[in-house]
Design a protein around this ligand. Structure first.
Ligand SMILES: [Zn+2]
Ligand SMILES: [Zn+2]
Length: 246
């Protein structure tokens, strides 16, 4: 290998070990600081400017500032922010993180969320970051909690610490995929517990998760946190699903 080749290799390995290729199209990445090539990066369904003022979805009903979901349903949280819509390449990112165990991608996307939060001055709204926990069984099965990896990225950008073991999942709920809203709510009810009340008392909390679908999980966590004395609960996720009135 030429000197030039080995320098490229070193840079590539340093930034994104694995094979230094775009996660989607497998094009060789040379000096791109991202895990994707520029054209795949553009194809991620990033959330634009016009969003629901409650959940952050890129859907707004004129005059209300809300999406159809938030018009119909009350939430336990104050407000949420999200990076992209859970379709196409957005969905693929989540699958890559969750099922292929790409922790580096989780942290990279977490940093992107952190930058977005910083731009909108959210560091003034929140005091602590809490990842949505997995049940111990699920965590053991997967080997890591994707929300925790995303939260690490956010925490590093905002310089706000993450509370790792304060909120725990006590109910090993079945997968939520395919369930209707009321089934999801029933499923997730009393699924969480606070083990360290003092750590959240009177705090403004940022909950972190990978995907927001109906908001049942975030709402259940927010309720638990508020019952333990948290002042306000916000959330940040990587991906949000489209509205689905049921
Ligand atoms: Zn690509
Ligand atoms: Zn909404």
């Amino acid at each position: 290998m030429s000197i030039y080749g080995s320098i490229k290799e070193m840079i590539r390995e340093g930034l994104f070990p694995s094979d230094g290729r775009c996660i989607f199209c497998k094009k060789l990445l040379l000096f791109e600081p991202n895990p994707f090539c520029d054209s795949c990066l553009e194809k991620i369904p990033w959330i634009g400017q016009k969003t629901c003022k409650k959940c952050g979805k890129e859907e707004v009903i004129e005059d209300t500032g809300l999406c159809t979901d938030c018009i119909h349903w009350e939430h336990q949280y104050e407000q949420g922010i999200t990076l992209f819509t859970y379709i196409g390449n957005g969905k693929k990112i989540i699958q890559e993180i969750k099922f292929d165990g790409n922790k580096k991608l989780a942290q990279w996307t977490g940093k992107k969320v952190g930058q977005k939060l910083k731009k909108q001055n959210w560091q003034q709204k929140i005091q602590t970051i809490v990842p949505v926990p997995l049940h111990e069984n699920r965590r053991r099965e997967r080997g890591f909690n994707q929300s925790e990896e995303i939260a690490k990225g956010i925490s590093s950008i905002l310089s706000i610490s993450m509370l790792k073991n304060s909120l725990i999942r006590v109910k090993d709920t079945p997968h939520q995929t395919g369930l209707m809203r009321n089934q999801r709510q029933e499923n997730i009810k009393k699924a969480f517990q606070i083990v360290d009340i003092e750590s959240v008392q009177d705090k403004k909390v940022l909950l972190v998760d990978d995907v927001y679908t109906t908001g049942a999980t975030i709402d259940s966590c927010a309720k638990t946190l508020k019952q333990a004395g948290a002042k306000q609960v916000y959330f940040a996720v990587l991906a949000i699903g489209k509205s689905r009135i049921e």
